[in-house]
Ligand binder design. Structure first.
Ligand code: SIN
Ligand code: FE2
Length: 215
């Protein structure tokens, strides 16, 4: 045995999900410690908070943002805002650690030239969930969505173009990245209620970093 039998094979991250959609298994694993430190730094400036939905419910997921535009919700609707409504100041800048990884993941998934201007940071406690929804507050849908999972494992629900379409249930682990765009850009997706647990890197939490071209 030479030990370098597979040395020239590129890492096999790719797990096709749907037309235009792929899971890159473990793609963010090496960067995870830096990404978690980056999340903590962003949250010091723009703390995670549970926003109110247009229907008057409080989200179970606590959110924050960085970048030129942050995703917000309140009684008047879902939208992007250049200002953090809690502080009245702009969101923290999008750190290069997150930006570079997101651009590289998009390229790996077949979307070169991704130029995100919005970075949503979701924080899940056990029981927190994200109901099936489409990402459709962005100005145009030509850019993909890049979604990085950190910490406790979750079950990702990935459906189709209609809410009633059956949704696949996909385990997402620490370091997995999901990219969807093109024909699946507007597919319904969500996160099943987070199961309790302890992750060595995040304790009792799951984080999700979502990069988008919003403006
Ligand atoms: C989202 O769709 O905004 C969140 C997805 C996730 O937490 O993985
Ligand atoms: Fe989403």
């Amino acid at each position: 045995m030479t030990g370098d039998l597979f040395a020239d094979s590129p890492p096999d991250w790719r797990e096709p999900l749907a037309p235009g959609a792929v899971v890159l298994r473990g793609y963010a694993l090496a960067a995870a410690p830096v990404l978690l430190a980056t999340i903590a730094a962003v949250q010091r400036q723009a703390p995670a908070r549970r926003m109110e939905t247009p229907g008057g419910y409080t989200m179970s997921v606590a959110t924050s943002s960085c970048g030129a535009l942050g995703w917000v919700t309140d009684r008047s609707g879902y939208r992007y805002s250049a200002i953090d409504p809690d502080s009245g100041t702009p969101w923290p800048p999008l750190p290069a650690t997150i930006l570079d990884l997101g651009i590289a993941a998009a390229r790996e998934a077949g979307y070169p030239g991704f130029a995100p201007d919005a970075c949503l940071i979701n924080q899940y406690e056990p029981g927190a969930r994200m109901g099936l929804h489409q990402d459709r507050n962005e100005r145009d849908f030509t850019a993909p969505i890049v979604s990085i999972s950190l910490g406790l494992p979750a079950t990702f629900l990935f459906g189709g173009p209609r809410r009633a379409d059956p949704a696949r249930r996909l385990p997402l682990a620490h370091g997995d990245v999901v990219v969807w765009g093109g024909p699946s850009r507007l597919f319904f997706h969500g996160i099943a209620p987070l199961r309790p647990g302890l992750h060595p890197a995040t304790g009792a939490l799951r984080y999700n970093i979502t990069l988008r071209r919003a403006g």
